[in-house]
Design a protein around this ligand. Structure first.
Ligand code: ZN
Length: 221
């Protein structure tokens, strides 16, 4: 079978914004698949550059918490005999260490974790329903792998007319082509916003998503 190898292509123009200002009440942060298998040494599908995104993402999550911004973590979740294993090998098997979200980005009480069966975070999950019922219009997507689960999730959001925002230091890929392809698709095809740094995403005002003890438990008198 013929294979194309070593092909060199030029990356078309990608519009990059220095800053993005978003209304906290209409913005959601989606953290895609920051699980041990993809990020940590010993992970089954490790992306070497993912480690460098942990700190920028962590700071963004901290600010999302301070502004009560709705935050959703996707968790790639497979069971035995998953057809995806034929492409990628066995990974993110429910209940294993590799499946767990990395310690640095552990969700706190009141944040949402969505187990997803496929690249697209909207497929087979309640994400769209959660965003819609909370009046969300802007979706920040960070995590890994850029051209796989990040891009499919960003695409799915954009096709539903959410405004997609992706910070350059919040995503990671296995090679430069995959990385820039992701940014190009977001900026050009989906008319989203590519921001230079996660630190330059500014939440304006206050959202509605309370964490921890302020969250209604249904058990209080
Ligand atoms: Zn998977």
């Amino acid at each position: 079978m013929p294979v194309l190898r070593g092909l060199r292509v030029e990356v078309p123009e990608i519009r990059v914004e220095r800053e993005a200002r978003l209304p906290a009440a209409e913005t959601a942060l989606i953290i895609v698949d920051m699980q041990n298998d993809f990020v940590k040494k010993g992970g089954r599908l490790r992306v070497p550059t993912a480690e460098a995104t942990v700190e920028p993402i962590r700071r963004l999550v901290e600010r999302a918490r301070r502004h009560a911004v709705l935050t959703i973590y996707t968790q790639d979740t497979h069971y035995q005999r998953d057809p995806e294993f034929e492409i990628w090998g066995v990974h993110a098997v429910k209940g294993t260490w590799g499946w767990e979200i990395i310690d640095e980005l552990k969700p706190v009480e009141g944040e949402i974790v969505v187990e997803k069966p496929r690249y697209d975070g909207f497929y087979g999950t309640p994400i769209d329903d959660i965003l819609r019922t909370n009046g969300i219009r802007h979706v920040i997507v960070v995590g890994t792998v850029a051209n796989i689960c990040v891009l499919h999730t960003a695409s799915s959001a954009a096709l539903r007319w959410y405004h997609v925002v992706v910070p350059m230091d919040g995503i990671s890929a296995l090679n430069d082509f995959d990385y820039y392809l992701t940014l190009r698709q977001v900026a050009f095809l989906y008319k989203g916003t590519v921001v230079e740094k996660a630190d330059n995403i500014v939440f304006e005002g206050r959202g509605v998503w309370e964490r921890g003890r302020k969250q209604p438990t249904g058990q209080e008198a």
